[in-house]
Design a protein around this ligand. Structure first.
Ligand code: UTP
Length: 287
């Protein structure tokens, strides 16, 4: 399967993370020892991607700097015998072939994905929204890739949500279910709880086919003048097969201060080097 690109849209304003994200993009905030963007790229690489297309806004180029080699820093660390740090810096700078495209205005996730059209070309591609981390084995994106091998169609990551929460997500209508795979016939962005076509929400991982670019070009802006990826996927689902995979495991939110904090605590509690300090801090806080 010629699935080599992973598009990572990271041109959003990050309003939920202000003021922390005023000068530092939220994608560079650390989760344990690595910034959020590195978690996303590592997931893409572990699913098999070799080329990462970052969609950035003007002024967010530092997100890409983290993923590019830094020979001067590597030389300094080498001179000082800082082997562990050198390895960490080398790893971050050589995870994948990185390209950058700029989204001129924050016109929505759909418009962000469209900016990657020239780099991706006429091939299927993976897409990750870095606001959630996958700590499942196999990672959620790898589960979608397996779904793509089964169906050869666009694949959405689906999770069941309580009706009261579905209006924060996109929700899908389903015509057929095979195990954890659902054939999607429609998708609605942020439906009212009463109007949601099912309790299956679209989460931020996708395998997309090049037809999505034409669908995006035909998609009219919706609320706030934003072009919704969900609307373009709904268009694809009306003209051909689109499948969703109800993935195993969970995605952890790092796109809000509360989610980011909870994710750090949860992962630190399970990390051999941080476990003790986090558990004693939590015990002291509840004493
Ligand atoms: P969100 O809807 O979470 O927006 O975008 P946001 O700007 O990141 O954060 P908030 O809601 O203001 O706090 C979902 C994904 O789509 C990307 C974001 O970077 C994020 O990965 N996105 C969104 C773009 O790349 N461009 C846009 O115009 C909008």
């Amino acid at each position: 399967m010629d699935l080599r690109h992973c598009v990572i849209p990271a041109a959003g304003l990050g309003t939920r993370f202000l003021p922390a994200s005023k000068a530092v993009p939220k994608e560079l905030l650390p989760v344990l020892d690595r910034p959020v963007i590195q978690w996303a790229v590592e997931e893409a690489v572990s699913a098999g991607a070799t080329d990462v297309v970052l969609v950035l806004a003007e002024g967010k180029e530092s997100v890409a700097h983290h993923l590019l080699p830094d020979p001067a820093l590597e030389r300094r660390l080498e001179e000082r015998g800082k082997q562990r740090e050198l390895e960490a810096v080398r790893t971050a700078g050589h995870l994948a072939d990185i390209s950058i495209v700029i989204q001129a205005e924050p016109r929505g996730l759909g418009d962000a994905v469209l900016q990657a059209a020239d780099v991706v070309g006429d091939r299927p591609f993976l897409c990750i929204l870095p606001d959630d981390l996958s700590v499942t084995d196999p990672p959620v994106l790898a589960q979608l890739w397996q779904g793509y091998e089964r169906h050869g169609s666009p694949i959405l990551a689906l999770a069941r949500m309580p009706r009261s929460e579905i209006s924060r997500y996109g929700a899908v209508a389903v015509a057929e279910t095979r195990g954890r795979d659902h054939r999607v016939t429609d998708a609605v962005e942020k439906p009212r709880a009463d109007d949601a076509p099912s309790d299956l929400a679209v989460m931020g991982r996708y395998v997309l086919t090049p037809g999505i670019f034409d669908a995006l070009r035909q998609t009219a802006p919706g609320a706030l003048g934003e072009i919704q990826l969900t609307d373009a996927i709904a268009m694809l689902a009306r003209s051909g097969p689109v499948w969703g995979v109800e993935y195993e495991g969970t995605l952890l939110d790092v796109g809000t201060p509360a989610g980011w904090l909870a994710t750090n605590i949860r992962l630190a509690r399970d990390d051999p080097t941080l476990r003790t300090v986090v558990r004693s801090a939590l015990a002291a806080a509840s004493a």
